[in-house]
Design a protein around this ligand. Structure first.
Ligand SMILES: [Fe+2]
Ligand SMILES: [Fe+2]
Length: 340
């Protein structure tokens, strides 16, 4: 007999103060997130070795092409880069609110995926135009215009970070993260198609890796919706209709369409953006023509609508894509943050 076998009055520690990631809780609330986490682990790749980086050579492109490609990847990288803290913060919230082990784990992989997307974007920029956009001493007028556009995107993004963090003080994780479904739905479809169109193997490969990850991110949002949207309050449901429209309006900048009320940029912004896209397309990046892109956007939004319909949540009208729905006037407060 050891002393471990002696009966003793066990004393419990004081109660834990919440919100808190303690105590460890390995139970799942959303079982399909567990399968998704397993898939994320199985599909994980190392961005340093998964791409044939040696096949990307600055000398294969004209100076204008290098600027245009660097611009496109820097714009894309902006939303990937901010995706790391966005989903990372969501993961912290998930742990603190005990949203279930499977959900917290998937969020960890989403943040990691965004880090990989960001790294691939960074690497393209470093190879083609080292130091772009902020660490280059001189540069052509084209380059300066491209860098200026990026500065406006970075500034505008910065305005929504505080609101994102504050949103968690008033709303559930599901209510805050649900609008992300728009970006993930569009991104998974757009990147896959862009990858198919790409003529340069390195770009095709990068975009395919991103597209595959984004479809898992869409699945994350979809399962989250299916398990939690039935419990949203009326206020959260009404906000969701607005937030979905806000996410669509905001993301349109990636396609050179900065729209009110979120985007206040100089008049030359869109012109620069569209010219950059045109040059990058000519250089082998498979940027989709506008009509096809709108078609993909429509499919992405209808994918989201099929989820909102199931829970009786009103879908916003998107006349730009010919989608009927509820008219929602937007204010700057309707947007928290957008990453994909
Ligand atoms: Fe994503
Ligand atoms: Fe991403």
């Amino acid at each position: 007999m050891s002393m471990l076998d002696d009966a003793v009055d066990l004393e419990m520690p004081p109660d834990i103060e919440f919100p808190n990631p303690m105590p460890t809780d390995w139970t799942d609330k959303i079982s399909r997130h567990r399968k998704l986490w397993e898939l994320a682990e199985a599909q994980h790749y190392d961005p340093n070795t998964a791409i044939d980086w040696a096949a990307l050579k600055a000398d294969d492109f004209s100076e204008r092409e290098r600027v245009a490609l660097a611009y496109w990847f820097a714009v894309n990288g902006t939303f990937e880069n901010s995706g790391v803290p966005t989903f990372g913060y969501g993961m912290v919230q998930s742990y603190e609110q005990h949203q279930g082990d499977s959900t917290s784990r998937v969020l960890l992989t989403v943040a990691r995926d965004e880090g990989n997307h960001d790294e691939m974007s960074r690497r393209v920029v470093e190879t083609l135009l080292p130091g772009f956009p902020y660490r280059r001493s001189s540069g052509s007028a084209v380059e300066q215009r491209a860098a200026n556009n990026l500065a406006w995107i970075h500034y505008t993004n910065s305005k929504y970070w505080g609101g994102y963090k504050r949103a968690y003080e008033e709303r559930t994780l599901s209510a805050v993260m649900s609008p992300f479904i728009v970006g993930e739905a569009a991104a998974s479809l757009v990147y896959m198609q862009t990858s198919k169109n790409a003529r340069h193997p390195v770009f095709a490969d990068i975009l395919q890796h991103i597209g595959k990850d984004e479809s898992r991110h869409f699945a994350f949002c979809n399962y989250l919706a299916q398990d939690t949207w039935g419990d949203l309050t009326d206020l959260e449901r009404r906000s969701l209709t607005k937030n979905i429209k806000a996410a669509y309006v905001y993301i349109s900048v990636v396609f050179g369409e900065p729209r009110a009320p979120f985007w206040k940029v100089p008049g030359y912004f869109s012109e620069t953006h569209h010219e950059m896209e045109e040059i990058a397309r000519g250089a082998g990046l498979g940027i989709i023509p506008r009509v096809d892109r709108d078609d993909i956007w429509r499919r992405g939004m209808l994918r989201v609508k099929s989820v909102t319909d199931r829970y009786g949540i009103e879908f916003p009208a998107v006349p730009e894509l010919g989608i009927d729905g509820t008219e929602v006037p937007l204010t700057e407060e309707d947007l928290v943050v957008v990453s994909f």
